[in-house]
Design a protein around this ligand. Sequence first.
Ligand code: NAD
Length: 263
Amino acid sequence: MRFQDKIVFITGGAKGIGKAMAEAFLAEGASVAVNSRSTEAINKFEEEFKGKNVLAFTADITNYEDMENVAGKIWNAWGKVDVLINNAGIVNPLTPSEKTKKEDFDRAIDVNLKGTFYVSQVFGKRMVEQKSGRIINMITQAAIYGEKGFLPYVMSKAGLMVMTRNLASEWSRHGVTVVAIAPGFIAGGMNEGLIRKQAFVDFLSKKTPIGRMAKVEEITGLVLFLASPEAQYINGETIVIDGGMTGYTAEPLLDFIMAGKGK
Ligand SMILES: NC(=O)c1ccc[n+]([C@@H]2O[C@H](COP(=O)([O-])OP(=O)(O)OC[C@H]3O[C@@H](n4cnc5c(N)ncnc54)[C@H](O)[C@@H]3O)[C@@H](O)[C@H]2O)c1
């Protein structure tokens, strides 16, 4: 039980990868709180985890007061938060950048960038006061090199990468460290719909040297490691977990030349 007596808060943790993280932390002895915009999702989560050490709140991360309220209730109930996981996020509708709608751009920035900062500040200031805490931000591999059609998403997530460094440099002296993870394609969460179609699984798998999408437990495994004392010295960094996709081109120049295509 690696997280006995530890308190973990996961934004957007009622479904997808966030819910898988909640299960993984509970299995390791932690008490886990989550929030979701949807009361229905929260009721479902409470029903599924009845009898376990969980708290669940309907709250939107873009609403500062909502998040103050949530933090106040967790500290009242459990007296501290050891780990904050900024997991909640949205992806914009896939569109070429010249056609991106203003409202889709604004929404991605509001949720992924502004909302995540609000939560970081609301929880971070309390962690600074308690003189301990670990913040883990969910970014994306695409925030490093970009991804056609996802500009609002990757811009908002790229902002979180520098937020990770900045907050680490500001808060570490107060005992609060900050890291981020940048996954490639995960076989779960927001890709649930896509992975029902084999053509998408094949396409996304071909984009990674390792030849497949990430398993959800590979992502939760890294998050648990980063939350553990063994990873304490990793700070301010964004850890890429993408099967080798970063910097990989589907057909490297070497293969092109070796296949005699350059003649
Ligand atoms: N699935 C992937 O392949 C992948 C890859 C890289 C990064 N990520 C990141 O991982 C995180 C989790 O993604 P997922 O795949 O589980 O997606 P998901 O859509 O299944 O889950 C996202 C969660 O965030 C919540 N959320 C969104 N906006 C919110 C708001 N304003 N307030 C509160 N909650 C809100 C949603 O309700 C949902 O519970 C996201 O930040 C995503 O960008 C996912």
